[in-house]
Design a binder for this molecule. Structure first.
Ligand code: SAM
Length: 309
């Protein structure tokens, strides 16, 4: 089974109320979302048709999660389901997981892409192949050693496997506390030493087995509003202002144009204007607060037509 097919079925089973994706590219994986979603990528060109209300941020995950309220688009709700598929370097994948966990709930499921390089070249930190996993595979061993409390499920999807992580704890500081030590002991120059157990995918289960794991249903049941409330969730609109630049907001309820989001032509005039007004060029830092109406309230009025609260 290919990873997108697996993710599509995960969306059905997990039935998240909130979805966050790091690494959008063309939006192929984001197009599977059916609930309010946040997408983060400094260089996306979304061409896939998006169905969900998606807030797309043209920035790095590091910058995004430095913002004071990264969950503002979800009105402060935790991430129910995350797909981590940003920069394929170990330390980035680790930090991306740490960001997701910090904003997680006990029922959150995170999936990381590209954990099984098929050869040493694909695993190189300096990319020189078309298909590229980088050294993301190292996160398996690090989490096994440092976070035995997490449940790791290795899934044998094509082309390069997925790691499903559950049992997240937003208060756990082990990875933050040990971050420098982890990086020093794990990040090595090329060529990478890829263990046979990675190349041969030891310990994997089939995608079908993963999709039928009982704990996925149990996690969903734990979540307030899980399951039958799904129809209502599509209407979530953040009530708190979004801090920082936002590139594109796409909400089907507002009848905004299709989800194509290119650097030069953001999908909505409102979003484009907001991005220009709130970005501090070259700083990557939060702009000073302005007195005018919040971006979220302008979106509600101009794009969504929802009454202001
Ligand atoms: C493999 S692609 C994502 C593919 C997409 N998830 C899919 O399956 O359709 C990786 C993406 O990560 C983005 N990326 C690179 N560095 C990043 C960072 N620091 N933060 C977030 N995204 C990043 C790249 O711009 C690229 O579009």
């Amino acid at each position: 089974m290919r990873y997108l097919q697996f993710l599509s079925q995960m969306h059905e089973i997990v039935d998240p109320g909130t979805y966050l994706e790091i690494g959008l590219r063309n939006g192929n994986s984001m197009s599977l979302a059916r609930c309010p979603a946040i997408g983060i990528d400094p260089d996306f060109t979304v061409t896939a048709e998006l169905v969900a209300p998606v807030w797309m941020f043209r920035t790095t995950s590091d910058e995004y999660f430095e913002r004071p309220e990264p969950l503002a688009p979800f009105d402060g709700r935790a991430i129910d389901f995350a797909f981590i598929d940003g920069l394929h370097l170990f330390e980035f994948a680790l930090r991306d997981f740490m960001y997701v966990e910090r904003n997680s709930a006990p029922w959150t499921v995170a999936v990381l892409d590209d954990i099984f390089p098929r050869n040493v070249d694909e695993a190189a930190r300096n990319r020189h192949t078309n298909a590229w996993t980088g050294d993301v595979f190292k996160i398996i061993q690090v989490l096994r050693e440092r976070r035995p409390d997490l449940t790791l499920t290795l899934v044998n999807t094509m082309p390069t496997g997925l790691l499903m992580i559950s049992g997240l704890d937003s208060k756990n500081t082990v990875l933050t506390d040990q971050y420098d030590d982890i990086i020093e002991s794990t990040v090595k120059p090329d060529p990478q030493d890829v263990p046979a157990e990675i190349l041969e995918r030891h310990g994997v289960i089939t995608p079908e087995e993963a999709l039928s794991l009982d704990f996925l249903k149990k996690l969903r049941e734990q979540r307030p509003g899980g399951g039958p409330e799904a129809e209502k969730r599509i209407a979530i609109v953040p009530r708190r202002p979004l801090a920082g630049p936002v590139d594109v907001v796409r909400h089907p309820a507002g009848g905004t144009p299709a989800a194509s989001a290119k650097k030069t032509a953001p999908a909505t005039k409102t979003a484009s204007t907001a991005a220009k007004k709130t970005t501090v060029p070259g700083s990557g830092k939060m702009p000073a607060k302005k007195k005018k109406k919040s971006f979220a309230s302008r979106v509600r009025r101009k794009v969504l037509g929802a009454p202001k609260k």
